[in-house]
Design a protein around this ligand. Structure first.
Ligand SMILES: NC(=O)c1ccc[n+]([C@@H]2O[C@H](COP(=O)([O-])OP(=O)(O)OC[C@H]3O[C@@H](n4cnc5c(N)ncnc54)[C@H](OP(=O)(O)O)[C@@H]3O)[C@@H](O)[C@H]2O)c1
Length: 244
């Protein structure tokens, strides 16, 4: 069984890669600084279409299959919209949204031809609650959620399972981006260990659920989000049945 995990040099991606290896997967790990956790390690930028294409082509050439794709690489830039450099925001859109789209574009045909596979996108609660000073980040995650939901409906008829994972705060290097310098993050005390997200990835592989929440230590956040999404879930059930 072959799994590609992006953003595997640290944080959530590293935990996911370690967990999948324990479950017997051969892991192809990707991040800009060379990852060490994979059986095959690529130092690559997910915002670079050509690099992504090469990784997928080489993996298929070597192993003939990709069973699981975990689109996890991403980052946030903290600050007021009017003060944040546009180039940083563009790079965030390319990494958090186009990166998963590129990987999916190149991996999906092989999964469709084999009538199996899991595509798992690490999104965020920020997809549903746009946060001030993280609003372009929130927009990238809302875009990724929308892409994931549509793909779930489109791919299920080929037995390709698509899941979005929505963590609250997680203890990683996420806030080590220079823009967070001096910011007291009040969410830190509610942050959970990255292994909780790895648990959710395993659940996604087993169930193919469209949405999986990883609650903060508050435990209440998914209930608020689920309630606000109740009718959306019914809508996606109908859409996947009648319009795909
Ligand atoms: N931590 C949280 O509270 C939280 C909550 C909800 C969702 N998330 C999401 O979880 C995902 C993982 O974040 P994390 O919390 O684990 O943060 P992290 O510890 O900073 O890890 C981010 C990973 O993404 C990689 N990465 C970033 N930009 C990349 C690029 N352009 N190309 C390739 N790799 C890239 C980083 O490696 P290099 O720097 O070496 O490239 C690193 O391996 C992100 O999508 C984030 O939005 C995090």
């Amino acid at each position: 069984m072959i799994a590609i995990v992006t953003g595997a040099s640290k944080g959530i991606g590293k935990s996911v890669a370690i967990r999948l290896k324990k479950l017997g997967y051969t892991v192809v790990a990707v991040s800009r600084t060379p990852p060490e956790v994979g059986d095959v390690n690529y130092a690559a930028d997910v915002s670079n279409k050509e690099e992504v294409k090469k990784i997928v082509e080489e993996t298929l050439e070597k192993f003939s299959t990709i069973d699981v794709l975990v689109n996890n690489a991403g980052f946030g830039v903290y600050g007021s919209f009017h003060e944040t450099p546009l180039e940083e925001e563009e790079y965030m859109v390319k990494t958090n949204l186009l990166g998963p789209i590129y990987f999916t574009k190149f991996v999906l045909p092989s999964m469709i031809s084999k009538r199996r596979g899991n595509i798992i996108n690490i999104i965020s609660e920020a997809a549903y609650v746009s946060s001030p000073k993280l609003l372009v980040y929130s927009a990238t995650k809302a875009g990724l959620a929308s892409f994931t939901n549509g793909l779930w409906a489109e791919a299920r008829k080929f037995n390709v399972k698509v899941s979005g994972i929505y963590p609250g705060p997680v203890k990683t290097n996420f806030s080590s981006h220079p823009s967070f310098k001096g910011v007291k993050n009040s969410f830190d005390k509610f942050a959970v260990e990255p292994e909780k997200v790895a648990d959710a990835v395993v659940k996604a592989i087993k169930t193919g659920k469209r949405e999986i929440y990883v609650p903060s230590k508050l435990l209440l956040d998914p209930y608020f989000l689920k309630f606000s999404n109740l009718f959306q879930s019914i809508t996606y059930g109908i859409v996947s049945k009648w319009f795909s």
